[in-house]
Design a protein around this ligand. Structure first.
Ligand code: MG
Length: 181
C-alpha cells in the first residue's frame, strides 16, 4: 500500500516546541489549541500571528522537534511492506531542514513532499491508499473523496466546522467569540 503520512502532530511533536513561542503572545496550553487556524481560536491578533511565525521559522524550529511517541517504531514496521509518502503543508523552503531531521531520527520513508499549504497537500494525499493525519479539515475532505483516513486525536482535531465539541462553558464562550469575529 501507499501510505500518506503527515509530519507535524504525527511524526514530529510540533506543538510542544511551538507553545513557548505562542506563550509570548498569549498564555495558553495545548488543550487551548483547538485548531491550527490560531487566529480563530486563540486570542491573538493577525499581526502577532505573523510575527510569531517569523520568529518560529527564523529559529529553525523544524530542525529541533521531538518525535511523537512510538512514531519511529511505527514507521519502521509500516515501511517493511508499504511505501511511505511523508506529506506536509510546511513551506518548501524547509525541505532541507525537514530532510536533515528525518535522517537524524532515522525515519524510514520513500518520498518527502512539502506542499506549502493545504491544497497541494490534499491532492498528494488523494493519491494514497490510506492517510494518517491530525487535521480534521484535511481528514474530512479526503473522506468525502473516498480516501480512508486515520485521524490522530488532539484538541485541534476534535473540532468540526459546524459541530464543535465543548468540554465546558469556558470553551463554549471561546467558540462563540471565535464565531462572532
Ligand atoms: Mg499535522
Amino acid at each position: 500500500m501507499k501510505i500518506g503520512i503527515d509530519i507535524d502532530g504525527i511524526i514530529a511533536d510540533f506543538v510542544s516546541s511551538f507553545l513557548p513561542y505562542l506563550n509570548k503572545y498569549c498564555k495558553c496550553k495545548v488543550e487551548d489549541i483547538v485548531s491550527y487556524d490560531f487566529e480563530k481560536n486563540i486570542d491573538i491578533s493577525h499581526e502577532n500571528i505573523e510575527k510569531l511565525w517569523k520568529e518560529v521559522e527564523s529559529n529553525k524550529i523544524y530542525s529541533d522537534l521531538s518525535l511523537v511517541k512510538n512514531s519511529k517504531m511505527a514507521l519502521e514496521i509500516l515501511a517493511r511492506e508499504n511505501r511511505i509518502y511523508l506529506i506536509s503543508s510546511r513551506k518548501k523552503e524547509f525541505h532541507k531542514d525537514t530532510l536533515t531531521w528525518l535522517r537524524r531520527n532515522k525515519i524510514p520513508f520513500d518520498r518527502l513532499i512539502l506542499t506549502n499549504g493545504l491544497k497541494d497537500k490534499i491532492s498528494s494525499m488523494k493519491k494514497c491508499d490510506i492517510v494518517i493525519e491530525d487535521s480534521l479539515e484535511v481528514a474530512r475532505i479526503l473522506e468525502a473523496q473516498g480516501i480512508p483516513v486515520l485521524l490522530f486525536e488532539y484538541p485541534w482535531s476534535r473540532i468540526g466546522k459546524k459541530i464543535k465539541f465543548v468540554k465546558n462553558w469556558k470553551q463554549a464562550i471561546k467558540q462563540i467569540k471565535a464565531l462572532s469575529r
